[in-house]
Design a binder for this molecule. Structure first.
Ligand code: GDG
Length: 457
């Protein structure tokens, strides 16, 4: 039997045209291996249904239903009110509850049983993201000895903050059930190794992998990327100006799910400060696209109000009858429009306080006209900054630093813009979505297989 790829992620594409690096990269990898993609059904159910087939642009995926309680306690609760703030260094926003944790473990156990019922011994399993840290340990407990890989899309947490978990020792145990743990950056790998260094059950092998009790895990970075050609083509398409009659003179673009990890309030504040000192006669805009996300979680309601207040305040203070400096759109917009906006922008601001990679930074670079490229302002705390060192790197906690970056970006001479763009584009191309998936799977397939475990009868 040929080895299939089984991909597992909380969200699966369902009907929408493919967009985003992950979807595109996985689709190609799955098509090559005749694989399967398993994820949560877009609609809730009782939580006891068997796996269901779900159609997506001619592809069939397998979906498990979450119950309303699963959604609130596993997804919004443990995944997004405990693990997300933990990994994004906002432990102050953690909302702990024993019910969240119990439901997280229960959903992982159920998804594990579903996968075990369809996986063949030669299949390779690729698990995605913080929703499923314990999945491999569930699969091992069910007797699976398949090669199982894990990719964490968000930052790896700091050793010290893991103590907020009720059983921090489980964390290294969960990861050790994977043959390969893939992280976005070398800094993430260093943080992960620190966790194992502090754990007396772990031993480092000469090849850099970690032996944990009887299991060997390789820990490596695989910076994720985008489908460069696709985004570039969409950006350069000959189509009417997305602004119509309301085209701004020169603008900064920001594109983020409205999440506290993206550092949008300070991005706005710094833009306000830039407006105070901008060259006379210039009328720059900040166009912020920020679709809502996880709206049931209090921390997300708070950041939404904060942003509305700052935008309202700045527009009230600076707008003129024929100019509004902040255009804030709290909705999702079409991807082709987004691509063209990036190309039209003079500057892109990515100011995350913590971010696994940040694909928006790569999309902006890919969308530029190399003959007259815009400037990327990039937070030092976004994974993308590890390799894209020719962007204007900023400290998102320092408003003066970001104000100065706006000033430099708007005033930057063509030659410098071109040189920085060429260097950033080289990174975007080298780390594109297809090579990310290919490299991860090549390393996973070459991992030492796990010995079958004695399953208690
Ligand atoms: C996680 C990690 C990591 C945004 N608004 C609209 C829209 N988008 C698209 C962007 C981009 C994607 O969503 C966002 O990707 P990011 O990487 O910036 O951020 P997260 O969503 O937080 O993703 C992150 C990523 O996983 C991959 O590993 O890089 O660090 O947090 O593609 O363009 N797309 C459309 N309309 C919008 O309004 N169509």
């Amino acid at each position: 039997m040929p080895s299939r790829l089984i991909a597992v992620s909380n969200r699966i594409p369902a009907g929408e045209p493919p967009s985003g690096g992950l979807v595109v990269a996985l689709k190609d990898a799955l098509a090559l291996s005749g694989g399967l993609w398993i994820g949560a059904h877009p609609e809730t159910g009782t939580g006891r249904e068997p796996l269901e087939e779900i159609q997506d642009n001619g592809n069939t995926h397998l979906a498990f239903r979450l119950s309303e309680d699963d959604l609130s306690d596993y997804y919004l609760g443990y995944a997004n009110s405990v693990l997300w703030p933990l990994c994004h260094r906002r432990v102050d926003l953690i909302d702990m509850s024993a019910a969240f944790e119990a439901r997280y473990r229960a959903v992982n156990a159920r998804v594990g049983r579903m996968i075990a019922s369809i996986a063949r011994p030669e299949d390779v399993i690729w698990v995605h993201d913080y929703h499923f840290f314990p999945l491999a340990s569930e699969l091992r407990a069910l007797g699976l000895s398949n090669r199982i890989g894990f990719f964490l899309h968000i930052p790896f947490p700091e050793l010290g903050s893991l103590s907020v978990l009720s059983q921090p020792e489980d964390f290294s145990d969960w990861l050790a059930s994977y043959n390969l743990v893939g992280l976005q950056t070398r800094a993430d790998v260093a943080r992960c190794l620190e966790v194992y260094r502090a754990d007396p059950r772990a031993e480092f092998l000469v090849d850099g992998s970690v032996k944990f009790e009887d299991r060997v895990t390789e820990i490596r970075s695989f910076p994720i990327g985008i489908d460069v050609e696709d985004f570039r083509t969409q950006a350069a398409r000959d189509a009417p100006d997305p602004f119509g009659r309301a085209a701004p003179e020169s603008f900064v673009i920001g594109v983020d799910r409205l999440d506290y990890s993206k550092g949008i309030p300070n991005r706005f504040r710094a833009f306000g400060r830039y407006l105070e000192t901008r060259p006379e006669g210039s009328y720059p805009c900040l166009v912020q696209i920020a679709p809502p996300t996880r709206e049931q979680v209090q921390a997300y309601q708070d950041i939404t109000s904060e942003l509305e207040e700052i935008a309202g305040h700045l527009n009230g203070a600076f707008a003129e009858l024929d100019w509004v400096p902040i255009r804030y759109i709290h909705r999702s917009i079409d991807r082709t429009v987004l691509a063209r906006l990036h190309r039209r922008a003079r500057v892109c601001a990515v100011t995350s306080i913590a971010d696994g990679m940040n694909l928006v930074a790569k999309e902006f670079v890919a969308a530029q006209d190399p003959a007259d490229p815009g400037v990327l302002i990039l937070s030092r705390f976004a994974g993308a900054a590890e390799d894209m060192t020719d962007a204007l790197l900023v400290n998102p906690y320092d408003i003066d630093d970001m104000t100065e970056a706006y000033r430099r970006a708007f005033a930057m001479p063509l030659e410098e813009r071109q040189a920085r763009h060429t260097a950033c584009m080289e990174v975007v191309q080298r780390t594109d979505a297809a090579s990310w998936a290919k490299q991860f799977l090549a390393v996973l397939r070459a991992c030492v297989p796990t010995l079958p475990r004695q399953v208690p009868s």
